[in-house]
Write a protein that binds this ligand. Sequence first.
Ligand code: FE2
Length: 286
Amino acid sequence: MQPNVKTFFDKETFTATHVVWDSESKHAAIIDSVKDYDPKSGRTSTASADEVIDFVRSEGLAVEWILETHVHADHLTAAPYLKEKLGGKTAIGDHVNVVQGVFKKVFNVEDEFAVDGRQFDHLFKDGEIFHIGGLEAKVIHTPGHTPACITYVVGSSAFVGDTLFMPDFGTARCDFPGGDARQLYKSIQKILSLPPETKLYMCHDYGPNGRDYSWVTTVADERAENIHVHEGVSEDDFTKMRSDRDAQLDMPVLILPSVQVNMRAGELPPPENNGGRYLKIPLDAL
Ligand SMILES: [Fe+2]
């Protein structure tokens, strides 16, 4: 069964937000939303999320789930805002506690910040089955880019987060704290062992070589053409390629703002004694 999918692409952060729904019940999930953030001024905005909200309302959808594939390092999630406007439960993979543990130290956040994922309404275990109306969905733990990455398989489509990119762009970096190229290779094999016709929806696309942005491919196409992990690439070869490449990458522009907000399920840090909220820049930490 193929779910209905409408994708919103944010050209500022190259992020694809997917609205997934069951046409019969009109129940929906929103995967990997974006809250706009201008690093020059420190201003946030909900323009991107409002487009999603307008669509959900115009289609008469009932949002059951507001899902994250992982704690993103390149954009802020709009999950709390979407929940306030549309309802639904926020969720992420249950290994988010590992990510929270690492970054609680990096950002030296308040002692009260719990590192057990309680900021989310639900934590998914590997293999867990859930429903979006009449659609059955299954969670696969796909660590490597981060320890908590998960893939959502909904009917015959899979939302792979940052495990795979489009075939001509390859795979995601593994050099953030807790990342592991060998683990990513193993996770990708789990995705590539899904039926070949399975549609794969990306979390990002960068339009390499001037092509138009796109965010959906198939297992068969990734196996045949992915420039990093097509059929025949060994775990050792992949791991070396990935590690060499990661050593040359700059940190994403929004990694510091993104992680300290996204590890709180998208809530901003608590107000200080003047009522203002602040993000931290840890010096020489990353
Ligand atoms: Fe990511």
